[in-house]
Design a protein around this ligand. Structure first.
Ligand SMILES: *Cc1c(COP(=O)(O)O)cnc(C)c1O
Length: 395
């Protein structure tokens, strides 16, 4: 195991992404769905691979056996094609006027939520289209009252050779909460949609409903394909669902965010720290300056509630998070400038995890890893490769 510490460190702050962890998680998820019936795995790499680097994560996921890749926008899908990806690829969030022709030409499967989108896509066909039905999230997708017409028109367009309906799918509202009644209701609604589609003459290659949480917690929702985002990155999709000694516990977080301490110094009891003096030192102590702030995606809400890891100990953030920097309590120690500060990582060394940060600032780990960026430099390592091949990429 490569210690990211031993690799070259940039002067200020960096995000280190271990692609071996991504491959481990993909293999683990493939094992979860490996049964009597073939179920394909889609690695969801939208939003720059949840902040981990879309192209690098996509390649690692494919190498570990991901059958599909999934992204939100056509632009993301085209960027994957430009990077050389040639496998099954679905996108699902279009705005009016989006370049469906480019997607179709690049062999990207697109998603239609409505008759309007279906007509737009058919106009540049023949296109491979998946239909999204809203089964209760009340977000994207065709509402139940529109399923019949969407399927009928899709079936007509298919007969005319203008589209091929390759998939029908939906998305859960509360799969991270296995006892939530919406799960059963949505799965039942999805089965209704599939029956209606069949009666309209549609024969999709794949039907799919499960995201990471449902993949891990709800086998009945696996259908032909599961769409895994957060679990691909090694973060628990259902931290509130109780502990687990199965696959959820075996996920390996891929991202470490770390920085170099700029300075450390003594402050006296009663001194106020950072803007607004929202924290005063109860006793004499020492503080350290970490050169990353909300301009780099460190949540401003982390002021006085989250902690970082310096010199083998948790060091609480004191006072407000600033745009470019945060102040941490070093408890009397004076580590030299340049000392490593781990904001979050896999947790193996005792450092906080993205989940710890999420709990501290009342959000989800998805937001922590996806938003961290700004002036952090991102580097990909491979702890399974001899020498832990490392490549630094500007973000
Ligand atoms: C983002 C997304 C996913 C992945 O969800 P995770 O909870 O990260 O696994 C799956 N499906 C759709 C439609 C999405 O937008």
């Amino acid at each position: 195991m490569i210690d990211p510490m031993s690799d070259p460190v940039p002067p200020r702050a960096e995000i280190v992404v271990d692609l071996a962890a991504v491959r481990h998680n993909v293999r683990l998820l493939k094992d979860v769905v490996r049964g009597e019936r073939p179920v394909a795995l889609m690695a969801v790499v939208k939003a720059d691979g949840y902040g981990h680097g879309m192209v690098e994560v996509a390649a690692a996921a494919r190498a570990a056996g991901a059958d599909w890749l999934g992204v939100a926008t056509i632009e993301e899908a085209l960027a994957l094609r430009a990077a050389g990806d040639r496998g099954p690829l679905l996108c699902w969030l279009s705005a009016p006027g989006d370049d469906f022709a480019a997607a179709v030409a690049a062999d990207v499967e697109v998603t239609a939520y409505s008759l309007e989108e279906l007509e737009e896509i058919a106009a540049v066909g023949p296109a491979r289209v998946q239909l999204k039905v809203d089964t209760g999230l009340s977000r994207g997708g065709a509402a139940r009252q529109d399923w019949h017409d969407l399927f009928a028109v899709a079936s007509d367009l298919e007969r005319e050779g203008r589209i091929r309906v390759t998939g029908i799918w939906s998305h859960f509202a509360a799969s991270d909460d296995p006892a939530h009644p919406a799960n059963d209701a949505q799965e039942a609604a999805f089965r209704d949609a599939l029956a209606l589609a069949a009666s309209a003459g549609l024969e999709p290659d794949v039907t799919h409903l499960a995201n990471s949480a449902a993949t891990l917690l709800r086998p009945s929702s696996h259908f032909d394909l599961v769409r895994c985002g957060i679990a691909t990155y090694g973060l628990d999709p259902a931290p509130g669902a109780g502990s687990d000694d199965g696959p959820r516990a075996a996920l390996r977080p891929a991202m470490t965010a770390r920085a170099r301490l700029v300075m450390s110094k003594a402050i006296a009891a009663g001194d106020g720290v950072s803007y607004g003096h929202t924290w005063h030192a109860p006793d004499d102590t020492t503080v350290g300056l970490v050169p990353a702030g909300y301009g780099d995606g460190v949540p401003r809400a982390a002021g006085n509630v989250a902690a970082v890891w310096v010199d083998d100990a948790l060091r609480p953030i004191r006072g407000r998070v600033c745009m470019d920097q945060v102040v941490v309590d070093l408890g009397g120690e004076l580590p030299p400038p340049g000392t490593e500060v781990v904001l979050f990582g896999p947790g193996d060394r005792g450092e906080p995890t993205a989940q710890d940060w999420a709990e501290a600032v009342d959000t989800i780990s998805y937001e922590i890893v996806t938003r961290v960026g700004g002036r952090f430099v991102r580097r990909h390592i491979d702890t399974d490769a001899p020498g832990g091949a490392s490549e630094r990429t500007a973000r």
